[in-house]
Design a protein. Sequence first.
Length: 505
Amino acid sequence: MDIIKLEKTLWDSACKVWWNEWLKLSNLSEPILGLIFLKFAQVKFDKAKVELEKEYNNSNWRLRELRPDHYHAKWVIYLWAHSNFNYLLHLPESENLGKAINEAMKEVEENNPDLKWILPKSYNLFKEKSTLIDLLKNFNSIPDDIEWDAFWGIYEYFLGKFALWEGQKWWEFFTPTSIVKLIVEIIEPYHGRIYDPACGSGGMFVQSLNFIKEHKKNKQEATREIAVYGQEKTPETVKIAKLNLAINGLSWDIKNWNTMYEDMHKSIGQFDFVMANPPFNLKQIDKEKIKDDPRYNFGIPNNDNANYLWVQAFYSALNDTWRAWFVMANSASDAGNTENEIRKKLIENNAIDIMVSVWPNMFYNVTLPCTLWFMDKAKTNTPRKNKVLFIDAKDLYNQIDRAHREFLPEHIEKIANTVRSYRQEDWAEDYKDIKWYCKVANLEEIKEQWYSLNPWRYVWVTEKEKPSDEEFSEKITRLNEDFRALTNEAHELEKSIFENMSKLV
C-alpha cells in the first residue's frame, strides 16, 4: 500500500468538496476530520469486538451483549449501531445524510463520556448530499488492515494540510511533525507525566506515544506508560486535541484556560516532561494578574513580551530530575534588560542544557528564524554541569515548497545522535565540537557572550584558523541568508512598533 499516494488522493477528494460547496475552509476542516475520526474509530471497534467475543467465549462468562465499558477497558471508542461508519455509508438515498451523521456524532458522545461536546455536528451545512456520500466513500477506501501508524499518519497529514491552508488560525495549534519527532528523540519520554501548557492539537502527546511504541516490545502497553496533561485557551482547539488523543487511545486531562494567568494543573514541580510550542512574542499581558504568581519567581520582564514568562512557566513545572522543550523566536536568545537577567539566572541554575537554531519557515506561517530550547534539571549531577550544547541546524532542511521547510529523518538522526554523544549515553560516539555545526560552551564562555543563548555566537567561532576559500564562500552565503531572515524579523518588529504608536497618538 502506497500510503503517500493514498494521503494525496484523500486530500484531493477533500479539496473537491471545498470547490463544490459554499463553505469556508474553516467550516470544512472540522467535519472532514470528524469523518476520518469515525472511520478510524470503526476499525478499532471492529477489531476489539472480535477480540472481546473470543475472550468471553473462552471464559465461563456468558454475556447477552458487549457493553461500552468492555470497549473502554481496551481504550476503544464504543460505537452503537447508528453511529457506525458502515451504517452511514450504506444509508438509503432517501435518508437525510447530514442529519444522520449529526445524530451519529451525538450517539458517540453519549456512549463515550470523554468525548462529550467535542465532535462536529455541522454536517447539515453541506448543500449537496452527494458531497457527503463522496467523502464517506473516499475515506472508506482506507484499508482496514493497514498499520495503525499509517492510520494516524493520514489524520496528521490532514491536520498539516489544513494548517498550511488556513494559516495563522491553525498554526497556533499545530506544530510541524518533523519538529515534534526531533523533540521526542531528544527529550526521550519513555515513561511519566507529560505537560503541555499550550497544547494545541495534542501532537506532542501523540509523538511521545509513538516514541514509546518504537522502543517497547508490547506496543499495546504504550498508552499506560504516560499520563498527559494540557492547557489550551481556545475551545475549538481543545476539541481537536481531544479527538486526536482519543484516536490514539490516550486518556487526558486537558483544561480550557489561559495558561499565562491560570495554572489549572497546579503545575509547579509536578511533571516529568514539559513540551510546548507557545505563541511567540505575545503582547499586552496584564502584569497585575501575575505579579504574585509563584511560577514566575525569576522575575517579570519590564517589556511587553511574554516570552520569558513562558520560559519560567515551563521551568517551574518540571520536577527535579526531568526535561523540558519549547520553541522561541530567535530574538529571545539574545533579549536584553530584564529578560537578560532572567536568562542569566536560568543559566546559572543549570536549567539550560541544549539550544538548537533552525532555519526560517520551519513553522507554518512563521517566517522568523526560531530556536529550540531544551532544559534538564538532572544535569547538575552530571559532567554537563555548567555547560550548554549549541547546535546550528540551519543547513539541515528539506524544502517542501517556496514557503515551507521540514527535517528529513536523516536530519533528525544527526541532531539526536549529537545530543546522545554530548550526554555520553550508552553506545553513543564520543562527542566532538564541529565547526559551524555544534559546540559545547562552558559557563565562562557564555558569560563572555553576555549570557547569550544564540548558537551562532558559539558554533561559528569553534576554531580560529583561516578558512579555505570554499568555507569562506559558504560562510558569506550563510551570513547573507541570516541577514535576510533578521531583516524580516526587523520588519515584523517595526510593524508592531507602529501599531503600538498609533494606539498612543
